[in-house]
Ligand binder design. Structure first.
Ligand code: HEC
Length: 126
């Protein structure tokens, strides 16, 4: 009778111990992975892309296929960093006749600074 009780107790101890180790393992993993994941989700996306996603740009432009306007890859292939001011001006004031007869609507509320950030992102898509 005593022997059986001891065996049950030992069994319970073994289970309790192995459970503890498992838990500790999971906790350590979470501690290691969380800061890395946060860093990846944070500044990885360029600010210009965030601005583009926040406006109407993507209703007329896609990254790699012409829609109503040229694809951003076509724009990147046609221009260099020296054209940043011109492109920002076209986004703010609107444009027609460069790519065809369909006009780009003006974005009067957009600041020059943010338009430049959008252009800088577009020009990275070469
Ligand atoms: C109503 C549709 C439409 C919207 C919305 C739109 N575009 Fe355009 N975009 C066009 C068209 C059409 C052209 C080609 C204009 C031309 O031929 O002069 C163009 C041209 C461009 C060009 C190239 C300009 C040049 O001089 O070659 C850039 C850069 C651009 N768009 C960025 C943007 C960004 C950034 C936004 C959002 C703020 C935006 N577009 C919103 C239709 C649009």
């Amino acid at each position: 009778m005593k022997k059986i009780a001891m065996a049950v107790l030992m069994g319970a101890l073994v289970i309790a111990c192995s459970k503890k180790t498992e838990d500790a393992g999971v906790e350590t993993n979470v501690m290691l992975e969380e800061p890395v994941a946060a860093a990846e989700a944070g500044p990885a996306q360029p600010e210009g892309l965030t601005l583009i996603q926040g406006m109407d740009c993507l209703t007329c432009h896609k990254e790699d296929a012409a829609l109503i306007g040229p694809s951003y890859k076509e724009v990147a292939a046609k221009y260099t960093d020296a054209d940043k001011d011109l492109l920002a001006k076209h986004i703010i004031e609107g444009s027609v006749g460069v790519w065809g007869q369909i006009p780009m609507t003006p974005h009067a509320g957009l600041s020059q600074e943010n338009a430049i950030k959008m252009v800088e992102y577009i020009l990275t898509l070469k």
